[in-house]
Design a protein around this ligand. Structure first.
Ligand SMILES: [Fe+2]
Ligand SMILES: [Fe+2]
Length: 347
């Protein structure tokens, strides 16, 4: 009688356990099927072992049809390689990658912007047996951000135009500096946002000249000591205008330093190498390249050869060596015409 009672108790315990397990499974499946994010599990060879409905629908497939495939079956090679490297890093280190922002090319040819989190999946012994990823589409927010930045960039261009109207000899200078700076930053592998921030600094770098008398800015021939000092004040003036505003990147400082030189011979503060930020180092090289290859009121253009020689002769002493190397490389790729003159710098 006692044994029968215990058997019944055991049966009901297992029944409850089974029900609770089924409920957990159902909840998990529900979550997978209804979350508007792509969720995927991969094995130690980065093969997809399970994906949710949202992921599969992105490729017009059923989740089962994706099992066993890899990112190389769905994405362009370079993109798939980056994903493979991230998965491998998580597998090897056991460390997650949280909220990485990526731009991906969809099968329908459109670009989207996503944030991806990859975490290691571990067994009871703590060994990594695969990865789990969650990718969320943030294209709408990315577009909003881009629209805002476009608005800021356009305002800067208007401001720039004011300077150009006042000083037609430097027409397009800041835009051409911006084109060179962009090329260098991309060559250094900077991400899209940082490149854009640098371009903003380039667009504004000489805005302080707006406060310098026109007769001095456009004076043909040699400048006096006093006039040189007055022109140099454009850096301080620009910094004074900008420093009271908050920027999410070092825009005022980059502009403040664009005439500084690594050996301390620059102005206005004579900073030495370790205090000069990368943005200012790029602006300095871009500014010299543009200034030497374009005419000025007091002299004709000096030419690309002389500009490259100036950079080569002073790489490591006045100018950042790596930046000079990239600047010369991208310039030579497009020679004989400087690439900043090929593009429309008036828009
Ligand atoms: Fe300047
Ligand atoms: Fe400049």
């Amino acid at each position: 009688m006692k044994a029968k009672k215990s058997k019944t108790k055991c049966k009901s315990y297992y029944k409850k356990l089974k029900e609770s397990f089924a409920l957990e499974k159902e909840l998990f499946q529900n979550l997978l099927d209804n979350l508007p994010d792509a969720i995927y599990f991969k094995d130690t060879k980065n093969r997809l072992v399970r994906v949710n409905r949202f992921y599969a629908e992105g490729f017009n497939l059923n989740p089962e049809e994706i099992t066993g495939k890899t990112d190389f079956d769905f994405f362009p090679k370079e993109q798939a390689q980056r994903m493979f490297e991230d998965d491998t890093r998580v597998l090897k280190t056991g460390e997650p990658i949280i909220g990485k922002i990526e731009r991906t090319l969809l099968p329908n040819g459109t670009q989207n912007c996503v944030t991806t989190t990859k975490i290691p999946v571990k067994n009871r012994k703590g060994q990594v047996i695969g990865t789990m990823g969650i990718t969320r589409d943030i294209t709408v927010y990315d577009q909003l951000e881009k629209n805002r930045l476009d608005m800021v960039m356009n305002s800067l261009k208007v401001l720039d135009r004011v300077l150009e109207v006042k000083d037609p000899y430097t027409f397009g200078h800041t835009r051409r500096v911006s084109i060179i700076a962009e090329g260098i930053a991309k060559g250094l592998g900077w991400d899209e946002n940082r490149v854009l921030e640098l371009k903003m600094s380039a667009e504004l770098h000489d805005i302080g000249k707006i406060l310098i008398p026109l007769e001095i800015l456009n004076k043909p021939g040699k400048l006096t000591e006093l006039e040189i000092r007055m022109i140099r004040e454009h850096v301080e003036m620009c910094h004074d205008m900008l420093k009271r505003h908050t920027f999410p990147f070092p825009l005022p400082e980059a502009i403040y330093q664009h005439h500084e030189r690594l050996d301390g011979t620059g102005y206005p503060r004579g900073l030495s190498a370790k205090r000069i930020i990368p943005e200012a180092r790029i602006l300095a090289v871009s500014d010299v390249l543009e200034a030497m290859t374009f005419h000025r009121p007091y002299r004709a253009a000096l030419g690309l050869k002389k500009a490259i020689k100036e950079l080569e002769d002073n790489a490591g002493s006045k100018y950042d060596q790596d930046i000079v190397k990239i600047a010369i490389k991208i310039t030579r790729e497009k020679a004989p015409t400087p690439f900043w003159l090929n593009q429309d710098s008036t828009v």
